[in-house]
Every structure is written in C-alpha cells, then in structure tokens.
Design a protein around this ligand. Structure first.
Ligand code: ZN
Length: 409
C-alpha cells in the first residue's frame, strides 16, 4: 500500500470514540506557564455528563481547579480508589516538531503527535474510557472510584496536589489507594513506580578574602569552592560506578548530583568575597538523610572556614509504597496484571510526580502509565503515542480498576 493510500485510510477509518476524545483533550493547549484551565474543565464536565458520573471542581488556589469525577461504589463507606492525572503539559519548541504540538495529528501508522500524549493526558482519558466501558457492561464496584484531574504538576504541584491532600475536601474523598503517572518503556515490560527520590536543591556559599587579582591571598572563595565541587563530583562518580557495575540497579536506585549554577564575581581582576555553587541532588529512597547532610557539612569543614549551606528545596523522606503481602492494593493490582499476562518492571521514579504528596500523607500510590513498546518522549519534541498502545491501555485499566475497587474490607 502506498504511503498516500495508508494516510487516507488512517484519516477516513472510523475512529474509536476514546481516541477522538483523547485527541480532543490533546488539542487543549494547557501548557505551562500560566495555564488557563477553563477549557479542560469544560471538556471534563462534558465527559462527566456523557459517562453519567458526578462532577466537582475544587479550588485550593484561585484559577487552579481540581476536577473530580466520581463513580460511587456499592459500599461507599469503604476507602476509595483515586485515579489521578494532571491536566498541564510542559512547554514546546514548535519549530522542532514534525507536526504542530497541539494538533493531535495522527499519521498513517496511528501515531498521535501532541504535547501531553504520553505525559499524561492519555492516562486521564484511559481511566474515563475504562470506567465508561465497565458501566456500560452493567458492572458495579464495591468501592467508590474518584477520577481526579489536577493542575500544575509540571511546576511542582505546589498549588495543586500538594495543597489538596491537606484539605477537608480530600479527606472527604476517603482515599485508600491511588494510581498516578508512570512512564513509557521501549520494551515489552510496563514500568511500575512504587516510590520516588527526594529532591534537595543546595546552595553552598563559599566566602573568602577579597582583593586584587594580582595577589596570592590566603583563604579565597575560589580555593574553597574547588574543594566543594571536587567532593560532590567524586560522590557523583561513585554513584555512577554503582549504577554501571550493578545491572539490577536503575537510575531511581542511586543518588544523582548535578552542578546546576555557579554564582559570584564582579570583575576579572577582583578576587570575590563570595562564590556560590548550586547542586540539584536526588536522594535515593535508601539514603539516610541525616547522614547525607552530615557528609556535606564535613566537606564544607574540610574546604575551609565560613562555608554555609542554604537549602532552596529540602524534601523530607517519603516512605515508598510496599510491594509485598502487606499491601492488598498491590496484590490486587498485580493479580490483574498477571491475568492480562503483562510484565511489570517495578522501579523508583527517577524524577518527581504528584504521587509523592499522596504518599506523604500515608497513602499507598503506584505510578503506572500503560505504554510499552513506546519510546520515552515525555517533555521531548515529537511526543507521540500510538493509537494501538493507547487502546490497549484502556483494556488494562478495565481489569485493574475492578480489581482494586473490589478489594474486600
Ligand atoms: Zn506528568
């Protein structure tokens, strides 16, 4: 078949309603920064009407809606299931895209190109469609299922999920377990995230004697900052070696360190009174936070007098969600996946998602976006998801949602 012929077929073939909904959602440019969420709310309200689900919008921050669609269970007093996704997407460089990033163009192979196609508008629509199909089949679940659409995950969720989990409205949802985003995987396996690393952003201030650039003054900022950078980079190297030498480890299992900013200096011939180095650190869940901080303090002492550490961000330790017999939600999730014969690859999420706020309030949460055989293109140019993978994902949720929402008391 010629390429042109296939193209026409792809455009004229009757499209699954779920795919059309997905593409419609993708065309809403809910792109950071300063997202206007109005169109998302309107779209979701229409979806709620179509599916016959109750619809609520909460505001923990003005103009940043938290949308909840609810399917009440037969035993609504039991802890509920939260199916979470975020509405916002990261910025684009349109000139780098083969197809306009908010066109949701579908090519002859069924690839749907759009910002948010992987991260994570796909998952939001898959939840809705799976619930729609279950309801159409006359199925009723024991537990209530809430499908949440939250703002601002891509800028840290500070005015979204982070605040929401501490409200009385969230308490009223009576959540027992949550599903949230995962990541695509190019191989057959589906990635499953049960924890995240902790973000620390550290500014190390190195003071020193200022003076003329022609002298050899004692106690300069440059000498100190060099020691600090050395220590951090040696540590970075050791983590890199750990990862390289143990094939069972993934990025999320080690601590990453990156030097992200260097500040200071006024003029080429003036020795500055201070130099500052900034590190982006992601602590593996196994790291003892006190020990790590003590180690950095030790490095500062070694580097010279007067060095101070300032935290721009210091996330406290969040316990991972257990993947064992103590967690009935996991057992149900796993049983559904086994039944579908899909292979899961449990991992620690290398970056951060809203799951951390859910886990922080003591709730188990799993990160799962059913996209296997898919290149990892979140935040990248030409982000796409194949129609087939998208549709398969709905079938997966059709098994998983009843499994977790029917766990007995
Ligand atoms: Zn995301």
């Amino acid at each position: 078949m010629s390429k042109e012929k296939r193209q026409i077929d792809a455009q004229t073939k009757v499209e699954d309603e779920a795919v059309s909904n997905f593409r419609e959602y993708l065309r809403i440019p809910s792109v950071q920064p300063d997202v206007n969420y109005d169109s998302c709310v309107t779209f979701l309200k229409d979806q709620a009407k179509r599916l016959g689900l109750s619809f609520r919008v909460y505001h923990v921050t003005p103009r940043k809606p938290i949308v909840i669609l609810t399917w009440e269970g037969m035993q609504p007093m039991l802890p509920s299931v939260l199916l979470n996704s975020h509405m916002d997407v990261v910025p684009v460089f349109p000139e780098k895209w083969t197809h306009p990033p908010f066109s949701a163009y579908k090519d002859e192979n069924g690839r749907i190109y759009a910002r948010g196609s992987q991260d994570m508008k796909c998952v939001g629509i898959q939840y809705l469609e799976a619930v729609h199909r279950l309801r159409n089949a006359g199925i009723r679940l024991h537990r209530t299922v809430h499908i949440s659409f939250v703002p601002d995950e891509e800028i840290g969720g500070k005015e979204g999920m982070k605040k929401f989990v501490h409200t009385s409205e969230f308490m009223e949802l009576n959540v027992g377990f949550a599903l949230d985003e995962g990541m695509a995987n190019p191989t057959e396996e589906f990635l499953l995230f049960y924890g995240e690393r902790c973000i620390w952003h550290m500014h190390i201030h190195c003071p020193g004697s200022p003076g003329h650039g022609s002298l050899l003054l004692p106690d300069t900022a440059g000498e100190k900052i060099r020691v600090i950078i050395d220590r951090f980079m040696d540590f970075r190297q050791s983590e890199l070696a750990k990862l390289a030498n143990d094939p069972t480890l993934d990025l999320g299992d080690v601590t990453t360190v990156n030097l992200t900013c260097l500040k200071g200096g006024v003029q080429s011939n003036v020795v500055p009174p201070e130099l500052v180095v900034v590190f982006d650190i992601r602590l593996a869940p196994t790291v003892d936070h006190d020990e790590f901080e003590h180690m950095v303090q030790q490095w500062c002492t070694e580097a010279g007098p007067g060095i101070t550490v300032e935290f721009e961000q210091k996330c406290s330790k969040v316990e991972v969600t257990q993947l064992d017999h103590t967690n009935p939600w996991w057992l149900a999730f796993k049983a559904a996946c086994d039944e579908l014969k899909i292979k899961l690859k449990p991992q620690i999420f290398p970056a951060a998602t809203d799951s951390r706020y859910i886990r922080e309030v003591g709730l188990p949460a799993l990160g799962f976006s059913p996209m296997n055989y898919t290149p990892v293109l979140l935040h990248d140019h030409d982000e796409f998801l194949s129609e087939d993978v998208f549709l398969k994902g709905i079938e997966i949720y059709e098994k998983i949602i009843p499994a977790i929402a029917n766990i007995p008391k």
